[in-house]
Design a protein around this ligand. Structure first.
Ligand SMILES: Nc1ncnc2c1ncn2[C@@H]1O[C@H](COP(=O)(O)OP(=O)(O)O)[C@@H](O)[C@H]1O
Ligand SMILES: O=C(O)C1=C[C@@H](OP(=O)(O)O)[C@@H](O)[C@H](O)C1
Ligand SMILES: [Mg+2]
Length: 179
């Protein structure tokens, strides 16, 4: 068992933030939050509806509010999975940089594509060619994920449990190095 602060997962769509976040929370016996689900609960609507009625900008405003609220709450350490676009706003990056443990779940574009191919809950993948969209977003966002992350874990071709174990190992190593 590790005595880690709140673990925040960042990375592209399909990296496994939601899936691995839930596994990590179970392994660590702590609460799991997914910012997308919190946004949907607060809005009383799903993400596609928010994108349609409020535009991506409306969604991003909600995303920043949710991140700020989650990080300002004085609570026991949790596991927080963010949405793939959390790093797009500088305000969010500055908030994430105040956090001691941000984990970048890396996935190649092909792996992202494979894992999101059955999804109809990601509006950005409904516009144009999904692979081209993921490639374009990756080029913009990979440096931003690296800018805010203190730990990077590769997820390609690994089962969720294996990724979760790799994340735990990487966190332990990071905390030892920081001690
Ligand atoms: N390591 C993995 N191996 C195989 N499938 C995965 C893995 N991680 C996630 N998935 C699957 O890929 C899809 C997207 O995962 P999700 O956790 O929603 O990613 P994110 O929250 O980063 O967009 C889900 O169907 C999930 O079950
Ligand atoms: O990459 C993005 O901009 C988005 C990723 C999604 O979350 P996941 O990364 O969990 O799919 C969700 O926040 C929204 O559809 C926008
Ligand atoms: Mg997710």
């Amino acid at each position: 068992m590790i005595n880690a602060p709140t673990i925040i997962l960042v990375g592209p769509m399909g990296a496994g933030k939601t899936t691995i976040g839930r596994l990590l929370s179970q392994q660590l016996g702590r609460e799991f939050f997914d910012s997308d689900r919190v946004i949907e609960e607060n809005a009383g609507a799903d993400i596609p509806w928010i994108f349609e009625k409020e535009g991506e900008d409306g969604f991003r405003k909600r995303e920043t509010q949710t991140l700020r609220t989650m990080l300002e709450e004085d609570q026991a350490p949790v596991v927080l999975a963010t949405g793939g676009g959390i790093v797009m706003r500088e305000e969010n990056r500055e908030l994430l940089k105040t956090q001691p443990l941000v984990v970048y779940l890396f996935a190649s574009v092909n792996q992202q594509l494979q894992r999101t191919s059955k999804s109809n809950h990601r509006p950005l993948l409904k516009q144009g060619n999904p692979k081209e969209t993921l490639k374009r977003l990756f080029a913009i966002r990979d440096p931003l994920y690296r800018d805010v992350a203190s730990v990077i874990v590769e997820t390609d071709s690994r089962h969720p449990k294996s990724v979760s174990n790799k994340v735990m190992e990487a966190i332990k190593k990071h905390l030892q190095a920081e001690a």
